[in-house]
Write a new protein. Structure first.
Length: 156
């Protein structure tokens, strides 16, 4: 049985990405017409690394930056989200190995300023890291939202 790839290996495996493709008829109902960029995992990680302490970004902001970079109409929401999750897990893996300059994934939120519960350590770990950087987190139902996150968005 082959050895499982580490998160860092998954992050480095670009699989022929990035690619800009036409939005198909099936996808156009949801995303409109034009082109979609399917980013490389490292591109998502690079953008996440640019967010300084005290600032935030969202998956949608990352998607918009990727679309601008590649001249596409939109950035793929599915792969961008998956690659952000891989980057987060790779950062934790690297931190466990003693690396210091890792991706500050907790600064990347879901739409509406929602903390991504699938990131390492879950909501509680990210909440602590965000509060340490001066953000206020409020629980609304099952979701944890960074209050006034829009005011802390980084220019990416």
């Amino acid at each position: 049985m082959p050895k499982r790839k580490s998160w860092t290996e998954k992050l480095q495996n670009s699989k022929g990405l990035p690619q800009v493709q036409e939005i198909t008829r099936k996808m156009s109902k949801r995303w409109g017409t034009g082109t979609v960029v399917i980013p490389a995992p490292t591109e998502v990680d690079q953008i996440m690394r640019k967010v300084p302490e005290g600032k935030l970004t969202t998956i949608n902001e990352i998607r918009a930056a990727l679309a601008r970079k590649h001249g596409a109409s939109i950035g793929c929401p599915i792969t961008t989200g998956i690659f952000a999750w891989i980057a987060a897990n790779a950062a934790e893996e690297q931190k466990l190995k003693g690396e210091r300059d890792t991706t500050p994934y907790w600064r990347t939120l879901k739409t509406g300023g929602v903390i991504n519960e699938k990131y390492p350590g879950g909501v509680e770990a990210q909440k602590k890291l965000l509060e340490k950087e001066g953000h206020k987190v409020l629980q609304k139902g099952k979701k944890h939202i960074v209050i006034n996150y829009e005011k802390a968005l980084a220019k990416i």
